[in-house]
Design a protein around this ligand. Structure first.
Ligand SMILES: [Zn+2]
Length: 100
């Protein structure tokens, strides 16, 4: 499935084309997911009893174990970083409205 980012002015395309499928599905690319989910991720950080420091450390975060570290610490994340974060969310029984 090919995806196209819905962020204004982005138009980034990612994913794998599949035979018999035409056009794009829509979602947020990893770079814009990282920004768009800021409020939600910070709320989840608080829910976990952590400081709501998501995107406040600019890559210098010492909390590597944090659920949101895979996206927070990287300026231009790729699908593999989103996948890592989803894995951590699942492992901790947290859920985010799917937008990835
Ligand atoms: Zn985008």
């Amino acid at each position: 499935m090919l995806y196209k980012c819905i962020w204004e002015g982005c138009n980034r395309v990612w994913g794998e084309p599949e035979p018999g499928e035409e056009g794009f599905s829509h979602g947020l690319c990893p770079i814009h997911s990282r920004v768009a989910f800021t409020e939600i991720f910070r709320r989840l950080q608080q829910k976990e009893g952590n400081p709501d420091c998501y995107l406040r450390c600019y890559g210098n975060c010492p909390r590597h174990w944090c659920t949101f570290y895979p996206l927070c610490a990287i300026d231009e994340p790729g699908p593999e970083h989103v996948a890592e974060l989803e894995m951590r969310l699942t492992a901790r029984n947290l859920s985010v409205q799917k937008g990835f």
